[in-house]
Design a binder for this molecule. Structure first.
Ligand code: SF4
Ligand code: SF4
Length: 176
């Protein structure tokens, strides 16, 4: 059943906005004084000296995971770049010398300035090759080029994982 809602009709005093503006100034002033003298109420984290504990599902900087022999786990299937709504993943595939693996990325680049941290790439990957569980923020940079992270940077914070296809994510460390 439809619920009827009365249309808001402001009074003449409300229409003048003088009192409403004064009320707004009052709220801001109260908050300012509370922040100035009652620091316990201020939810400020003094980063980087203090670091908040992120929830498990926090999506931070990407990392590429590795096989047991430290090789990149990615098989250059392009599923992540296809799923990426920001179109910010560039992969150049080459043949792997192991015919059982077939392909690997020669180039794997993410443009972090375009990335919206949606996590679709992680969801799309069939072999746990890309994760966003690093707990790291994207670093500030002075130029756009520094926000293009490549395979070397992505692998530098990756670790070996033995997750089966479609299975629960597990790192080698967790498994032992
Ligand atoms: S988090 Fe989203 S936008 Fe960023 S690379 Fe992955 S799919 Fe693309
Ligand atoms: S990271 Fe995963 S989804 Fe992306 S190309 Fe590599 S294997 Fe495929």
């Amino acid at each position: 059943m439809a619920k009827l809602v009365n249309r808001f009709e402001p009074t003449l005093v409300e229409q003048s906005y003088v009192f409403e503006a004064a009320k707004g100034v009052g709220v801001v002033t109260r908050q300012f004084i509370r922040n100035l003298f009652g620091r316990r109420d201020t939810p400020t984290v003094h980063y980087p000296e203090q670091r908040p504990v992120y929830p498990d599902r926090f999506r931070g900087r990407h990392r590429l995971m590795k096989r047991d022999d430290d090789q990149v786990r990615c098989v250059a299937c392009m599923l992540c770049s296809t799923a990426c709504p920001a179109n910010c993943i560039t992969i150049v595939a080459v043949e792997h010398e192991d015919t059982a693996i077939e392909k690997m990325p020669e180039r794997f680049e993410i443009d972090l300035l375009k990335c919206i941290y949606c996590g679709f790439c992680v969801e799309a990957c069939p072999c746990d090759a890309i994760r966003m569980d690093s707990g790291r923020h994207t670093l500030p940079a002075y130029d756009r080029k520094s926000e293009h992270i490549g395979k070397v940077d992505l692998l530098a914070i990756g670790e070996a994982t033995i997750a089966p296809q479609g299975g629960r994510y597990r790192s080698v460390k967790e498994a032992h």
